[in-house]
Ligand binder design. Structure first.
Ligand SMILES: C[S@@+](CC[C@H](N)C(=O)[O-])C[C@H]1O[C@@H](n2cnc3c(N)ncnc32)[C@H](O)[C@@H]1O
Length: 342
């Protein structure tokens, strides 16, 4: 802990399981410090939220300094952890670092924390995520937003579709919502994302589901060319900085994506078209956005609310009283806003 606090990285040479135990012990110690700091008396939910984020960033930096040695013999799949009792990691390494370039031979080191994340993401990819509203599984790539929360997917499964010719899915991620629209009878769906991994992941899911002729994802910032009668977007729900690509699916710096979406709709919706914005009020409950701000942004973009459908989150954290943000999470509402041009 002293070394990590000074920013000194440590290359582990013992047994793999002992390295895992050391990482868990550091994590527990840092978690206790985090909980203690975040629970200072008299803090508002907003202050609590910022202390928790700060403490988590610190925890992640500290944990990332425990490294394990890798040996690579030609291809990413040949990678092995050079420690006793280490698991096979070649397939997971090839999956998690598929976009990294360079020669694949020699010795390397990787943060055990990051490697653990890659191994877990690889398991999710192999097993898939059951999406009840779709009646099928979705296979997320590393770093792509996982559709593990059902309530927002269920909202898209329920909202009335007026015109099923074409739809745009802005920020498609795994492509789950685009696939759901196809399952609901939309003839052509174009998904966009700014991350190549997400675009590839969505197109692989469309192929796996046998809907490649109806759904396609492309690397585009916000809207594709043209207009559509239905445009949907599930932006990151919390305003805040996003230093990593994993953060970028949860935090929207300065609500940029949300505002770009609203402002771009009049130009991209066909006459009588409808947009669906899926967002929760967690940011409002935490004091990160005022309740008036969304209504003002909708109005300022020249849009009006044609209807809304609400859902209460059912995921475990909403019921976990030990969660530091329980008071906000337990009353969170996720809404599908049906928007039309004024
Ligand atoms: C909260 S995730 C939603 C993913 C998916 N639609 C879903 O509902 O599971 C937001 C997605 O928006 C993407 N994104 C962020 N900024 C974007 C932009 N300017 N243009 C297109 N996509 C963007 C992110 O990469 C991420 O995949």
């Amino acid at each position: 802990m002293r070394n990590a606090a000074q920013g000194i990285a440590m290359l582990w040479h013992g047994d793999y399981n002992n390295a895992r135990q050391l990482l868990s012990a550091m994590d527990r110690r840092l978690g206790n410090i985090e909980a203690g700091r975040s629970l200072k008396r008299g803090q508002s939910d907003e202050q609590k939220f910022y202390s928790i984020r700060q403490a988590r960033a610190h925890r992640s930096r500290m944990l990332s300094l425990l490294l394990v040695p890798l040996s690579v013999n030609g291809t990413p799949e040949s990678t092995q952890i050079s420690l006793t009792r280490a698991p096979e990691v070649g397939a997971a390494i090839a999956f998690g670092y598929e976009q990294s370039r360079g020669s694949y031979a020699g010795q390397a080191a990787v943060s055990l924390q990051e490697l653990t994340g890659v191994l877990s993401a690889h398991q999710w990819f192999l097993n898939g995520v059951e999406v009840p509203a779709l009646g099928k599984k979705i296979y997320p790539s590393y770093g792509t937003f996982m559709p593990t929360r059902q309530e927002y997917v269920d909202l898209v499964a329920k909202a009335p579709i007026k015109n099923a010719q074409v739809a745009f899915d802005i920020g498609t991620g795994t492509g789950v919502l685009a696939a759901l629209l196809v399952a609901r009878g939309v003839k052509k769906v174009i998904g966009t994302d700014i991350h190549q991994r997400a675009v590839d992941c969505a197109n692989q899911n469309f192929a796996q589901l046998g809907i490649s002729s109806s759904a396609h994802a492309e690397l585009t910032n916000m809207f594709p060319d043209g207009k559509a009668p239905l445009i949907i977007c599930n932006p990151p729900w919390l305003p805040g900085s996003a230093p990593t690509s994993l953060d970028a699916a949860i935090y929207d710096p300065g609500s940029k994506m949300l505002l770009q979406f609203l402002r771009g709709l009049p130009e991209h919706l066909t006459e009588d078209g409808e947009a669906w914005l899926i967002i929760s009020d967690l940011a409002e409950l935490l004091g990160l956005r005022t309740s008036q701000a969304l209504a003002t942004a909708i109005n300022d973009a020249g849009l009006k609310v044609a209807g809304r459908i609400d859902a209460q989150p059912q995921h475990a954290r909403a019921f976990d009283q030990s969660d530091l943000l329980y008071s906000a999470r337990s009353v969170e509402t996720t809404t599908l806003w049906r928007l039309a041009v004024q």
